[in-house]
Design a protein. Sequence first.
Length: 238
Amino acid sequence: MRIVSICQPHFLPWIGYFNMIYNAGEIIYLDDVQYNRRSWQNRFHIRDNNLQSKKKLISLSVIDYHREKKICEYKIAKENIDYLKNNLWQSYKETKYYSEISDLIIESFKMHIEKNLSIINIELINLILKYLNINYVFSLSSEFKIKEKKERLILGLLNSVGANCYLANNGSLNYAGEDLFLSKGFKFKLHNYKHPTYSQYNRKKKLVFLPLLSVVDLLFNYQRDSEEIVKSFKLNFN
C-alpha cells in the first residue's frame, strides 16, 4: 500500500505534523498554495517563559505582503534570524539541551534565509525528520503543475504519485471527506492524532504541561529521546 500525506509546509510545526509523516512514510508538500498570514506557514507556538502556563505565538515577518501571493513567492526579512533566536533563548535557555537544539535550528534558518518561505519551512522540517530518524519520501506539489484546488488538487496529486491511500489531517475535513476519496478508488485514513504528555522543564523545576507547541519544545526537553515520543502514536492501516 502506498500511503501519502499532503500538507502545507509549516514553520517549525507541532509534533503531530511529524507523527503524520512518520505514519505515512511519504508527504507531498503544498509549496505553491496561497499564502495566508493567519495560517502556520510563518507562525508557531512556544512556551512563554514569563507566563509559564501560557503559550507564546511567534510570527515571522514577510517582505512585500500581498494577499494574492503564493507561499513559494514570499521572502522573509533577515531580522527574523535574531527575532527567532531571541525568542527561543527567552523561552528555553534553562532547558537541558538548549545550546544544541538552538544551534541546529538557527544555523539551518540562517543558511536558507535568502530562499522563499516554502523552502525555508521544508528545509527545517526535513532537518528535524532526519534528527528524529524518520524515514520518508517527499515531493513538491509545484512539480506536478496541477491547476485544481482543494479536494481536486489532493486527488490529482494522489493520482500523480500512484498512491492508493490518503492519510489526512483533521483540517482537510473542512473541504473533503472520506466518501469522496472512496468514490475515486482511494483508501482514506484520518490522522486523529492523540497528543502525548511529556515532561517540560526548566533547570529549576518541572512545569505545567502545555500541548500543541512547536516540536522545538520537545527537542529542547528530550533531545534524541524525542524520537520515541514522536513515534509513540502508530496507526493501523489494515
